[in-house]
Design a protein around this ligand. Structure first.
Ligand SMILES: [Zn+2]
Length: 137
């Protein structure tokens, strides 16, 4: 029994202390999954990505539709855009959104919230405490 406990302890010691912390900090956004249906593009994992971004769907939809210069709406967990778009195009638009509205410009972490103060919008970072004014979507 003693030997077993010693073994466990040694195993625990050999794990780098920050291994778990580090993996938790990584910001992983899934790639967009699109399906073309007729003349529309259906973004199938829209809801899943919203969960990772921690942003309201209406806002992300407005931004993406604006960048694609088309109309979009949400249906169930999917976003639907008029026109045919490739996953590359949508991924690019999504990463622009993340750069502008999700990642903290000061520390680069994604632990941010959007705050509205009158007509001004702020990106508030809970990792470093920075508050950055941003353009509304
Ligand atoms: Zn920050």
């Amino acid at each position: 029994m003693d030997d077993y406990e010693k073994l466990l302890e040694r195993a625990r010691d050999s794990v780098p202390e920050d291994a778990f912390k580090r993996s938790g900090e990584r910001f992983k956004v899934p790639h967009v999954q699109l399906m073309i249906q007729g003349t529309r593009t259906i973004w199938q994992n829209f809801q899943e990505i919203l969960g990772v971004l921690n942003r309201p769907g209406k806002e992300v939809l407005k931004y993406v539709a604006g960048q694609l210069a088309t109309a979009g709406n949400m249906e169930g967990g999917s976003a639907i855009f008029q026109g045919k778009f490739t996953a590359n195009t949508v991924n690019e638009v999504l990463s622009k959104y993340i750069d502008a509205y999700v990642l903290c410009p000061v520390c680069g972490r994604p632990d941010t919230n959007m705050d509205k103060d009158g007509h001004a919008y702020y990106l508030k970072c809970s990792a470093c405490g920075a508050s950055t004014s941003i353009r509304p979507v």
